[in-house]
Ligand binder design. Structure first.
Ligand SMILES: [Zn+2]
Length: 526
């Protein structure tokens, strides 16, 4: 199988020859890169030729942090965003009820009474007549309030006698009966929803894969568990896994994985076990990211510490002893300091060549940048978060501290490896949203003018690098993935516009023309 891409603008990511106009692909690999005439001459007669003037061809985009199967499950939920009445929500729920077996949960998301013509909050009565035999949970756009039908309340044990859980509230009518609206109850209700079956996980993975390819993503690093691994492995065995998947696992599952022959840094070229994933703190939005100094909007707290430095180091040593590297969730600046300290301790205890990563790194103390660099740890960040986080970060951390929030340019200047992802389903998988965030540091509406802490804006080259070469390095696959040099695997993303010629404010709305994995066209825009 031979492919020629001609007449295009190709950003190879290869420092020896960063730009080219044509590409020759043979047997799944890049055979040659160069000028039109040479590539044309090199191609055999049967080659498939793509003339792509005005497009931009880059190495396959890798989403280096998401929750892949969860994203696929989420895509299948009832989408209530932008609906402007309870009646419209009922129509969506009705349609979902019609396609699900009796008793199956109907889960939806995204409603907001603020945009409804009804001007009231919803209740169980709005659902009971259309869904008497299916429990329904509809999560408000904020993620904190759930709208339930009577069957869901029955299954969750929510009755007139139920006492509100700490920090949560069941809304009730005048006689104390729950009306079907609960605040901060989502986790408690999710406990009674049966986990998805293997078949459901496989279906979700296929949906997520379709969406990824549509947005030009050729590989992902997913943070999930053995249950999701099993679904992906089953799909691979059936020849249905197109995407390349780097899979992290929690430390509790390392032994179990090993017993089944799943070992760190090992696997196939489509599915492999990457790092062991730990948590150092909470999140910005919930005020649980762990900080050196108290929260600006609540001086009584510095956030939540999930593991002490010592506990973290012990778990890291366990990962290292199994031949693995670690990925640690750390959002606050103290969490980042703690992880760096733990990594240093664990590496002293267990020798080896490590490729570790810290996830999110949303706030950092400038002094830690040097430590980060010296340890060679990858900063695994999700620029798209910035779109919604800017005002929240200023409110919770204070403007002064935000100078080193989402400080990606400072990281690069210090010599850190930085990689990008979407954190889907928290955000959408579309990498161009992160392109926009990294290059402009503005909301999609263009605020603030000139960008938020504009010194931290990145170039397009830096952004592409973070979506290609760094994730390849973290997967120990930098010799075959991450650039379009001769001999590399032909994972290719083609944007419909030349992003380098585009006005920066138009990056987020650019489109993907074609996606190629291993020299095979797996998505083409119609
Ligand atoms: Zn995540």
């Amino acid at each position: 199988m031979e492919i020629a891409i001609l007449n295009s603008r190709i950003y190879t990511g290869d420092p020896a020859a960063p730009w080219a106009e044509a590409l020759h692909i043979k047997d799944g690999r890049i055979a040659a890169v160069g000028g039109n005439a040479d590539m044309k001459a090199a191609c055999g007669k049967g080659a498939q030729v793509f003339e792509l003037p005005g497009r931009l061809v880059v190495p396959g985009i890798v989403d280096a942090h998401l929750h892949f199967v969860s994203f696929g499950l989420y895509l299948d939920r009832v989408d209530l965003r932008d609906l402007t009445s309870i009646a419209a929500c009922r129509e969506r729920v009705k349609a979902d009820v019609a396609r699900r077996r009796r008793g199956e949960w109907i889960i939806g998301r995204g409603w907001s009474e603020h945009i409804w013509s009804d001007r009231r909050e919803p209740c169980a009565k709005d659902l009971d007549d259309i869904s008497p035999d299916h429990p329904v949970m509809l999560v408000r756009c904020c993620g904190h309030t759930v709208w339930l039908n009577s069957m869901a309340m029955r299954l969750a044990g929510i009755t007139g006698e139920t006492v509100d859980a700490p920090g949560a509230r069941i809304e009730r009518d005048g006689s104390g009966r729950p009306i079907g609206l609960c605040r901060e109850y989502r986790k408690l209700i999710e406990k009674v929803i049966p986990p998805p079956t293997l078949e459901e996980r496989k279906g979700a993975a296929l949906r997520a894969q379709g969406e990824a390819l549509r947005y030009g993503v050729t590989g992902v690093h997913t943070c999930e568990t053995l249950a999701e691994w099993d679904a992906l492995a089953a799909l691979e065995a059936e020849g249905k896994l197109t995407l390349r998947i780097h899979h992290t696992l929690p430390p509790e599952e390392v032994e179990k994985a090993k017993a089944r022959g799943i070992e760190p840094t090992k696997g196939s070229d489509r599915l492999w076990f990457g790092q062991v994933k730990l948590f150092a703190d909470g999140t910005l939005g919930s005020g649980t990211a762990l900080l050196h100094a108290p929260y600006a909007d609540n001086r009584s707290t510095t956030g939540l510490q999930c593991l002490s430095v010592k506990e973290m180091a012990e778990r890291m040593e366990l990962a290292y002893r199994h031949g693995g590297d670690v990925a640690v969730h750390a959002i606050g600046d103290l969490a980042v300091s703690n992880v760096l300290q733990a990594i240093r301790a664990a590496r002293k205890a267990v020798k080896g060549k490590r490729r570790d990563r810290i996830e999110h790194v949303q706030l950092i103390q400038p002094d830690d940048l040097g430590v980060f660099q010296a340890l060679g740890v990858v900063a695994s960040v999700q620029p798209v978060h910035l779109l919604t986080d800017m005002p929240v970060a200023e409110q919770k951390w204070g403007t002064a501290r935000c100078r080193y929030a989402y400080a990606w340019k400072s990281m690069l200047k210090e010599g850190l490896r930085v990689q990008f992802g979407s954190d889907a389903p928290v955000e959408h998988i579309n990498p161009l949203l992160s392109f926009h965030a990294a290059v402009n540091r503005q909301s999609l509406k263009g605020d603030p003018k000139g960008g938020w802490f504009p010194a931290e804006r990145l170039t397009l080259e830096e952004t592409i690098h973070a979506f290609t070469q760094v994730p390849a390095w973290l997967s120990r696959k930098e010799k075959v993935l991450g650039s379009l040099a001769p001999g590399m695997t032909a994972d290719v993303t083609v944007f419909a516009e030349d992003l380098f010629a585009l006005a920066p404010e138009k990056l987020a709305s650019a489109q993907v023309e074609m996606t190629m994995v291993g020299g095979e066209v797996v998505y083409r825009k119609r």
